[in-house]
Design a protein around this ligand. Structure first.
Ligand code: GAL
Length: 718
């Protein structure tokens, strides 16, 4: 029995003395399957039959509307061709209106209205929005921010996941819900919590979190001497005498720089804590739902503090939330209305690979209300976003939300219907259009369609490890550097070449792909470098970029040449790196053109047998190599030492990697993507200009051969 669970069970027993509801005991949990690994392929096929391809649904908050309108609203959801309804997400105050008194009758009535109309239901655990009685009776369940203030009731995500007592309350309501709905055939699956985070205020600095961090450190290091060594604590008298002296690193209580290794460990601890909290909830749900219904959570697509890959074994699928157009992302002239193709597509390709099932749990249906500026999406963009998820192979897409609210913090946020509650918004009309199109595609689908050979030849694994991103961003060395943006430049280059990409955690089998790209992979160990080497020697084509291999997994630089462990692999030394303060821009040249850079540029010294692909065109090191390639065994390694400003260098060098391997590519414009699924080609255009769909004369199912901005064209592969 986990320590927190024992404490929690005792604490809750004391806190709820007199309450008639029993908490699920550990003996029950032990008998049930608790991990995704136990899941049979048959269960997956039952939830997500291949023939359905992608199902579309919508969030509905019946608790916010008069019951007299529920049947009408659900009729209207059905008439928009939605196939499932997402319910109960923040409804704890209605599900447990008083401590220990549960009321699911209202939700039963809504579930029945859905079931009667053939709509599936996705239910949620309500842990993102604790009721006021809980916070007032037990303020210790509330998180504490970096300044030491305890957060208050009145919004959401104030619950503290490290509090054994909070966990016990969450576990109890989850088990109650699971027991009540676990055999209801209308219930398709479950979402745990919502966008697990404290919306930028994480981590919590309360005593339970501090204690949890210390336990985590003790389990990792065993002795304080080992911790002092790995954290480099000899400097500045940082040495600790025992674990009890350690606090979560908090810039608000530290005078100078935060210890690099302490902060990295605290990020690892936080991500592990989040995963542990999700595991606790998944286990609680499984006590009632077994594997009759699926279990997921909805991660914010670009939120780096919570690492979805740590939950792969606990969830049946990982879903994402994405709001592409909120005025803050101005990629290209129309980016503020369409968002970024690379950002969205990368998210699909990452989340789908966590468990092999992809899904978007939240997607905006129109204007949102929380950006700095909240523009209208470009006409057609909502439909295009849905079809990009479809193109990426997703199994479900859900939109946030059905009705535009009249009250509260989400006023001005569009829904599928407007403020009158009944008239479809432009987004609502586009949802219906996408749903109808998918209905048609189901009728045209050929179950045995094989992936076209030319497309399959470009299959690329893209390695992503959150710990690299944390460690680089903790110490960027140039404020202009952005690890995520750097990754997206490589990703975008791959999509411009028309490659199908799987974004994979390191522990997956990426060796089976003809191409592997690992950008800015700062933390490495011998095992990984040996895997890379064996992959290349066996015929793989590996692309590494700047900042790779600079440190070991502890975050130490090497006692040797810069990036020592990868030098044999890339066939070059890294003489030094440079960073340029604005407004300076450096340039590198290839045989295709000249590219600007400022955030990070390495100056390479190639060894024998290594070919220079790009050279610096200015600065005092003009003429020296910036990117190189070599053959090794049966494969190739390419090293791109510069982060170009617009990703053009990376895109052009990736084209050459494919060409040297004899693989034919596409030359798509930035933002134009074409992917294959289930026998269909789907082109989506996030750019501001019309783009030609590579149909090779095939008859079109939807759209035009010239794909306009925000357009979608679908044709059947021959
Ligand atoms: C999401 C959140 C939803 C809703 C939405 C509004 O980030 O998960 O609950 O607030 O934003 O756009």
């Amino acid at each position: 029995m986990a320590a927190w669970r024992m404490v929690a069970t005792m604490a809750l027993a004391a806190a709820v003395a007199g309450c008639t509801m029993a908490t699920g005991g550990p003996s029950v949990l032990q008998k049930l399957p608790t991990s995704q690994a136990d899941l049979s392929a048959a269960a997956r096929d039952r939830w997500f039959p291949a023939a359905d391809m992608m199902r579309i649904g919508v969030y509905y908050y019946p608790e916010s509307w008069p019951e007299t309108q529920w049947a009408r609203d659900i009729d209207n959801i059905k008439s928009l061709h939605m196939e499932f309804v997402h319910l109960g997400e923040f409804a704890w105050t209605f599900l447990e209106p008083e401590e220990g008194k549960f009321d699911f009758s209202w939700l039963d009535r809504v579930v029945k209205l859905c079931a009667d109309r053939g709509l599936k239901v996705v239910l949620c655990t309500p842990s993102a929005a604790p009721p006021v009685w809980l916070s007032k009776n037990h303020p210790e369940v509330l998180m504490v921010d970096a300044t030491g203030r305890t957060m208050e009731h009145g919004t959401r995500q104030q619950g503290n996941w490290s509090s054994p007592l909070y966990r016990a309350y969450v576990q109890r309501i989850d088990e109650k819900l699971a027991e009540h709905y676990g055999n209801n055939p209308a219930v398709w699956g479950w979402q745990i919590d919502n966008e697990l985070s404290h919306y930028g205020k994480e981590p919590s600095f309360d005593p339970d979190s501090q204690a949890s961090f210390r336990r985590w450190l003790e389990a990792k290091y065993g002795t304080i001497d080992a911790l002092n060594r790995d954290w480099g604590d000899a400097f500045w008298s940082q040495r600790y005498q025992n674990f009890s002296q350690i606090r979560l690193p908090n810039a608000k209580e530290l005078v100078a720089q935060v210890n690099q290794h302490a902060i990295l460990d605290s990020q690892r601890w936080f991500a592990d804590e989040a995963a542990d909290y999700l595991r606790m909830q998944a286990d609680a749900l499984r006590t009632g739902v077994g594997h009759r219904q699926w279990v997921t959570t909805n991660f914010m697509h670009d939120f780096a503090a919570v690492d979805p890959t740590r939950s792969a074994k606990d969830l049946d699928l990982a879903t994402l939330t994405i709001y592409p157009a909120h005025g803050n992302l101005n990629e290209g002239p129309l980016g503020f209305r369409m968002g970024s193709a690379a950002t969205m597509s990368f998210a699909h390709d990452f989340f789908r690979n966590i468990n092999g099932i992809g899904g978007v749990m939240e997607l905006q249906p129109g204007q949102v209300n929380w950006g700095d500026v909240n523009p209208q999406p470009y006409p057609g963009a909502v439909h295009m976003w849905l079809m990009r998820g479809f193109a990426a192979g997703d199994s479900l897409a859900c939109t946030y939300r059905f009705r535009e609210t009249l009250t509260g913090p989400e006023q001005y946020h569009y829904g599928l219907v407007g403020t009158d509650g009944v008239t479809p918004s432009t987004g609502g009309q586009q949802y219906r259009q996408a749903a109808e199109e998918i209905e048609k595609l189901r009728t045209l689908r050929q179950p045995n369609a094989a992936i076209p050979a030319e497309y399959a030849a470009r299959r690329t694994a893209f390695l992503y490890n959150f710990e690299n991103r944390w460690d680089i961003d903790n110490h960027k060395q140039n404020v202009a550097w952005d690890t995520y943006a750097h990754m997206l430049k490589l990703y975008s280059g791959l999509k411009r070449a028309g490659a199908p990409v799987d974004v994979l955690a390191e522990d997956k089998n990426w060796e089976k792909y003809p191409f592997v790209v690992a950008p800015a992979y700062q933390l490495v160990d011998e095992k990984l470098v040996n895997r890379w080497k064996a992959y290349v020697e066996g015929g793989g084509n590996l692309v590494l970029t700047c900042r790779t291999g600079e440190k070991d997994r502890r975050g130490w630089l090497w006692e040797g040449p810069w990036a020592m462990p990868i030098l044999d692999l890339i066939g070059a030394e890294i003489a030094f790196y440079d960073t340029l303060p604005a407004p300076n821009v450096g340039h590198v040249k290839t045989d295709k053109g000249t590219y600007g850079w400022a955030s990070w540029g390495e100056i390479l010294t190639p060894g024998e047998g290594t070919t220079t692909l790009a050279t610096h065109a200015d600065q005092y090191y003009a003429g020296r190599p910036a990117a190189v390639t070599r053959k090794l065994g049966r494969g190739t390694v390419t090293y791109i030492g510069v982060d170009s400003q617009d990703g053009g260098l990376e895109a052009d060098l990736l084209q050459d990697v494919f060409a040297r391997a004899g693989v034919k590519t596409q030359q798509f414009a930035e933002g134009f993507m074409v992917d294959w699924r289930d026998g269909f080609w789907i082109a989506t255009n996030f750019s501001d200009k019309a783009q030609a769909a590579p149909t090779a004369g095939a008859p079109l199912i939807f759209g035009d051969a010239e794909v306009p901005p925000a357009g979608v064209t679908v044709w059947q592969a021959r």
